[in-house]
Design a protein around this ligand. Structure first.
Ligand code: HPA
Length: 280
């Protein structure tokens, strides 16, 4: 599998998808761990397995179905990724973000990214929703960056700004919707680490000092690539567990817990996103 892609390869994937749908999607949706059932609310859906799409990576982790679901949600034509790709599965950052660029070539202008995350902010509880204000891309800062290599000028600049990677407009829209629906929403900074091991207590304390409110193993590469390509981004973390900060703690962190709490959050998150889409 190639680690970098040409514009022709993104376009080949986009062309394959375009042939199978009747309406162009305008909003992209990435569903994180345990959040895949959200795609079941999409109406008149066309489902395209990743394995069928030229150059598309194939998802391996439990809880990630691995297909695009294209149809209407709240009257908006959406293209949802039911299952995403992670660095810890062995993919390159370019492979992880391949679908985002394909969505862009399909005409998608806004991307809603969801994930499961561990709560670092001591006021956060398992089951909380967090609107992502900004991120710490530890993986990207260390060199595993999705824009490494030749810049594809058709998408954006060589040195893109990331100051407003998370759209001010969409964040305001989400908070407004959450208030109307009386759904409590936290706000904070998401730290991306590579995984697949969960953080040690020392890493948890370090991430907190670094300014992070939640930690997870995804999202930052997709957001960087989407913002580079001029897409508006909205990011929401479901806090599936509270990060453990002491070796003496009786608590533990597990993928089972992440999936279970994720599932519990789906109805609330669906209502929230439907509310946002209705306002777009
Ligand atoms: N750490 C990293 N990734 C995660 C966590 C966590 O605690 N919970 C869900 N994804």
């Amino acid at each position: 599998m190639p680690t970098q892609f040409s514009l022709q390869e993104y376009d080949a994937a986009a062309a394959y998808i375009r042939e199978r749908i009747s309406q162009q999607p305008t909003v992209g949706l990435i569903l994180g761990s345990g959040l895949s059932p959200l795609a079941e609310s999409i109406e008149n859906a066309v489902r395209i397995p990743y394995a069928d799409i030229p150059h598309f990576p194939v998802s391996t982790v439990e809880g990630h179905a691995g297909q695009l679901v294209i149809g209407q949600l709240a009257g908006v034509q959406v293209c949802a990724m039911q299952g995403r790709f992670h660095l810890y599965e062995g993919y390159t950052p370019q492979q992880i973000t391949f679908p985002v660029r394909v969505m862009r070539r399909l005409g998608v202008g806004a991307l809603i990214v969801t994930n499961a995350a561990g709560g670092l902010n001591p006021t956060f509880r398992s089951g909380d929703l967090m609107l992502i204000e900004d991120h710490l891309n530890f993986v990207g800062m260390a060199g595993n960056h999705p824009l490494y290599g030749p810049n594809v000028d058709a998408f954006g600049l060589r040195f893109p700004s990331m100051i407003r990677a998370y759209s001010t407009r969409l964040r305001a829209l989400l908070l407004e919707t959450a208030a109307e629906l009386e759904i409590p929403v936290r706000q904070g900074v998401y730290a991306m680490v590579s995984g697949p091991s969960f953080e040690t207590p020392a890493e948890v304390r370090y991430l907190r000092h670094a300014g992070a409110d939640a930690v997870g193993m995804s999202t930052a590469p997709e957001v960087v690539v989407a913002h580079h390509a001029g897409m508006e981004v909205l990011g929401i973390s479901s806090i599936t567990n509270v990060a453990v900060d002491a070796t003496e703690s009786a608590m533990d962190t597990s993928h089972t817990e992440v999936l279970e709490i994720g599932k519990e959050i789906v109805p609330r998150l669906t209502r929230l996103l439907v509310g946002v889409l209705e306002k777009l």
